[in-house]
Design a protein around this ligand. Structure first.
Ligand code: ADP
Ligand code: MG
Length: 690
C-alpha cells in the first residue's frame, strides 16, 4: 500500500500514487488532481446502511443491510423499452428476500448461487416478499465501503460511478491521511476533532452520529480561511491611502441642519461613524444597513455633501436607472440647498448630454454624480473622487474596485455600501467580514405600521373589491406576481396574464404592467405614470423590489408569497406605508406546507427587518435570509450560513484569524493556515471588497 508524505499531498495523484493511474484519470473528470483535493471532495449526503438485519426482520421503505446467501440468480432479458432485470433470491436462517437490478449492470457475472453477501439498500415490500431495489453488495469477509455502514454519496461526473469514486477515495484516504498535519494546535481546536480524523469521518463515518462533529471541524477550517482572508484584506487596506476628507463641526452642522427633518439617533451615529472614517487617510469600507425607509439615503446625502465641502467629488450608484433617477430627484433639493451640483448620468442619456456631463466631471464642476453602475464603466475621469456610495448592491466586486481606482486620482476612494436587507450580526460577520457596519434600526417618527394579512386564492374576489375601494379613495396598489425562476419569458407571461385577468375583473381601474424584459424607457414611463397617480394598480415582477417611492400607494398584494424569501417579502412590503395612509400587505398563499406557513406568519407578526432575518435564520434551511442576493456571497463549500452552529464557529474563526494575522500578516509562521486558503480557493482579492 502506498503511504504518502506531506509533500505528496499536492503532487498529481498519478505521480504520487502510480498504482492509481487509471483512477487518477477518472478523478480528473471531477477536477480532482491531487490527494489534498481528493480529501476535500466531500460527500453531499450519506446513506445509512449500518442497520444490519436478519431477512425476517427487514423493514419496508427503510435503508438497511442484510447478510444473506444467494439461492438463485435469474436474468430476465429486456425487450422494447423494458430493461433487462437481474433478480437474485436471498435467504438466511430467518427468512428470504430478493434483490433486483435493472439494465445491463452485469451484476449476474459477479453473483452465483451459494455466495454469501452483504446487501445494502432500500427495501420495498412486494406482496409477501421483501425486495432490495438496486442494492449495493459485497462478498462477506471482504470489507467494503459500500455496504453495511454509513455510506457517502458524492456528486459525480460522466464516466465515474459512485462505487468507483468511493473506492478511489477510500484508497487515497488510507494513503494520504497519515500525512495530513493539523493546522490548528490543541488549544485552537478545542472540542473539534483533529483534521485527519475529521476528514476520515466526513468520508467514511463509523457512526452516523460522528458526522456532525467532523463536518463542523471542516466548516471551521473553511470559515477560518475566509476570516484570514478578511483580516488580511483589512490589514492591506491600512497601507492604502485615501483622501482625508475632514469637515469642521460647523460644516457638518450646516449640512445636517439643511435636512428637512431631525436625524434619528441611529442616523446620527451612522453620520458620526462615517465622518470619522472619512477623516482618516485609510479608505473607508463601510456598510450601512437599515430597513426600507429607515433613512439611509439621508445619511448618504450628508456624507456626499461633506465630501464636497471638503473639496472632493462624490458618486452615488444604484443598480437600476429608475432607482438612480429617484435618488437624483430625492437628493437634488438637499444638495441644491447646499450649493452642491449633482448630475445624473446613465447609459441611456443622449451622446450630447453625456458628453456635457463627462466634461463637467472632468473639470470638477460636477461635484456629485448620481447614476447606475455605468458611472464607473463610462469613459470618464474624476479628478478628485473622494467618496463612492453604492446602493443596494451587496458586494462591491474586485473588478469594480479596480475600475474605481482608475477613476480617482487622489488615492483609493472611500466606499459606503447601502443595503436594505439587514442581516443578523453573526451572519454579517461571515458575509461582510471585511467591512465596518452601521445599522439603522429605528424608523423615522410618524410611520404608519403596515398591516399584513395572509389569504388564500378563495379570497381574491374580496381582495379585488378592496383594491377597488382603495382606488375610489384615491389610493394605489401594487400586485406582485408569483416568482417564476425557470425562465424570464415565463415570468413575463405570468405578469401579462395577471394584468389581463385584473383588467377584465376590474374594468374601472387603470392598470399598468412592469417587468424586467421591457425596454427601460417603457418601464420608466409606466412607473412614472404610476408615481404620478395616473394608474391605480401596478402589476409587477420583483423589479419593484428595491426603490420606487410612491407615498400614495397603500396596498401591496403578493401572489404565491411562499415562493419568495422572507427578506424579499419584507422588501416588497416596504413599497407601501411610505406616506401618511394606512397601508396593507396581503400575502396570497395556497401552500399548506407548515414551514411555509410559519415563515409567512413571521412576516405578519413583525415589521422589523432584523427580527425577520433572525427568525428566518432560526428556521434553518427553510428560510433564505439573504433573499435572492446570494450571488456575491463567499462560495462556502462545507460551512453553511443557515446553520446556527456554523455561525458561532464563524465568530470563533474571526477571533482566531484576527490574532494570527495581527502577529504574522503573511502567515509565514503558519503555513498550515496559509494552506487552508488555497484549499478553499480563497485569496486576498476575494476579501477585499466593499
Ligand atoms: P431608505 O433610503 O433607508 O429607504 P430614505 O432615506 O429614502 O430611506 O428615507 C425614507 C423617507 O423618510 C424619506 O421620505 C425621507 O425624507 C424620510 N426621512 C428620512 N429620515 C428621516 C427623519 N430622521 N425624520 C423624518 N423623516 C425622515
Ligand atoms: Mg433608499
Amino acid at each position: 500500500m502506498t503511504v504518502l508524505g506531506p509533500d505528496d499531498l499536492d503532487r498529481p495523484i498519478r505521480i504520487a500514487m502510480p498504482d492509481l493511474t487509471r483512477g487518477a484519470a477518472a478523478l480528473a473528470r471531477l477536477r480532482i488532481t491531487t490527494a489534498r483535493e481528493a480529501l476535500w471532495y466531500l460527500p453531499f449526503r450519506y446513506d445509512d446502511f449500518s442497520d444490519l438485519r436478519p431477512l425476517g426482520e427487514l423493514l419496508p421503505d427503510e435503508k438497511q443491510s442484510a447478510r444473506a446467501r444467494v439461492e438463485a440468480v435469474r436474468v430476465e432479458p429486456g425487450f422494447g423499452r423494458r430493461p433487462q432485470r437481474v433478480i437474485v433470491q436471498l435467504s438466511d436462517d430467518t427468512g428470504s428476500a430478493e434483490a433486483i437490478w435493472f439494465g445491463r449492470q452485469f451484476v449476474e457475472r459477479r453473483l452465483k448461487a451459494g455466495d454469501e453477501l452483504i446487501v445494502s439498500g432500500k427495501v420495498t415490500q412486494r406482496g409477501w416478499r421483501s425486495q432490495f431495489t438496486s442494492p449495493e453488495f459485497s462478498p462477506v469477509g471482504r470489507e467494503s465501503v459500500h455496504t453495511a455502514r454509513v455510506v457517502p454519496v458524492y456528486h459525480l461526473a460522466a464516466g465515474v460511478t459512485q462505487k468507483r469514486l468511493r473506492e478511489l477515495l477510500a484508497r487515497i484516504l488510507d494513503a494520504a491521511l497519515p500525512a495530513v498535519e493539523d493546522p490548528l494546535d490543541e488549544n485552537e481546536r478545542g472540542e473539534l476533532p483533529v483534521l485527519s480524523e475529521a476528514m476520515r469521518t466526513a468520508h467514511f463515518p463509523e457512526d452516523a452520529g460522528d458526522v456532525t462533529g467532523a463536518l463542523d471541524r471542516l466548516a471551521f477550517d473553511e470559515l477560518l480561511a475566509l476570516q484570514i482572508t478578511f483580516a488580511q484584506a483589512r490589514q492591506a487596506r491600512e497601507l492604502l491611502t485615501a483622501p482625508r476628507i475632514s469637515v469642521t463641526d460647523a460644516q457638518r452642522n450646516e449640512i445636517v441642519d439643511a435636512l428637512p427633518f431631525t436625524l434619528t439617533d441611529d442616523q446620527a451615529s451612522a453620520v458620526a461613524a462615517i465622518g470619522a472614517d472619512l477623516a482618516l487617510e485609510r479608505p473607508m469600507r463601510r456598510l450601512l444597513q437599515g430597513d426600507v425607509g429607515s433613512g439611509k439615503t439621508a445619511v448618504a446625502a450628508v456624507a456626499l455633501a461633506s465630501a464636497v465641502r471638503a473639496g472632493w467629488q462624490g458618486v452615488l450608484m444604484a443598480p437600476t436607472e429608475i432607482l438612480a433617477r429617484q435618488h437624483h430627484i430625492g437628493l437634488s433639493p438637499l444638495l441644491d440647498g447646499l450649493g452642491v451640483r449633482a448630475e445624473f448620468l446613465s447609459g441611456s442619456l443622449s451622446m450630447t448630454s453625456k458628453k456635457q456631463i463627462h466634461d463637467a466631471i472632468a473639470e470638477g464642476g460636477a461635484e456629485v454624480v448620481i447614476g447606475t453602475h455605468a458611472v464607473i464603466s463610462e469613459a470618464v475621469e474624476f479628478p478628485r473622487l473622494g467618496l463612492v456610495i453604492v446602493d443596494e448592491q451587496h458586494r462591491f466586486g474586485v473588478g469594480q474596485r479596480a475600475a474605481l481606482q482608475a477613476k480617482g486620482t487622489g488615492g483609493e476612494p472611500h466606499v459606503l455600501a447601502l443595503t436594505a436587507t439587514p442581516i443578523p450580526r453573526t451572519l454579517a460577520l461571515t458575509v461582510y467580514g471585511d467591512l465596518s457596519i452601521s445599522t439603522i434600526r429605528e424608523l423615522p417618527p410618524g410611520r404608519q405600521p403596515i398591516r399584513t394579512e395572509i389569504r388564500d386564492r378563495r379570497a381574491l374576489p374580496k381582495i379585488e373589491a378592496f383594491l377597488t375601494s382603495e382606488a375610489a379613495e384615491g389610493r394605489q396598489s401594487f400586485v406582485v406576481v408569483p416568482l417564476v425562476t425557470e425562465s424570464e419569458a415565463l415570468q413575463v407571461a405570468s405578469v401579462e396574464a395577471e394584468a389581463e385577468r385584473l383588467a377584465a375583473a376590474l374594468p374601472q381601474l387603470r392598470i399598468g404592467v412592469v417587468h424586467g424584459q421591457q425596454k427601460a424607457n417603457a418601464r420608466d414611463e409606466t412607473m412614472s405614470a404610476f408615481a404620478a397617480g395616473e394608474k391605480d394598480v401596478l402589476v409587477a415582477t420583483t423589479v419593484i423590489e428595491v426603490g420606487i417611492d410612491v407615498p400614495n400607494a397603500s396596498v401591496i398584494l403578493i401572489e404565491d408569497a411562499e415562493r419568495f424569501g422572507l427578506a424579499q417579502l419584507h422588501q416588497l412590503r416596504g413599497r407601501v406605508g411610505r406616506g401618511a395612509h394606512r397601508s396593507f400587505c396581503i400575502l396570497l398563499s395556497d401552500s399548506t406546507d407548515e414551514v411555509a406557513q410559519r415563515r409567512l406568519e413571521i412576516l405578519r407578526g413583525s415589521n422589523d427587518g432584523f427580527a425577520i432575518a433572525e427568525a428566518d435564520l432560526e428556521l434553518r434551511g427553510a428560510g433564505n435570509v439573504l433573499g435572492t442576493r446570494q450571488s456575491g456571497l463567499p462560495p462556502l463549500r462545507v460551512a453553511s450560513l443557515f446553520e446556527p452552529r456554523h455561525l458561532r464557529l464563524a465568530e470563533r474563526a474571526r477571533t482566531l484569524a484576527d490574532a494570527v494575522v495581527a502577529d504574522d500578516p503573511t502567515m509565514a509562521q503558519r503555513p498550515g493556515l496559509a494552506r487552508l486558503q488555497a484549499d478553499f480557493a480563497l485569496s486576498e482579492a476575494d476579501g477585499d471588497a466593499a
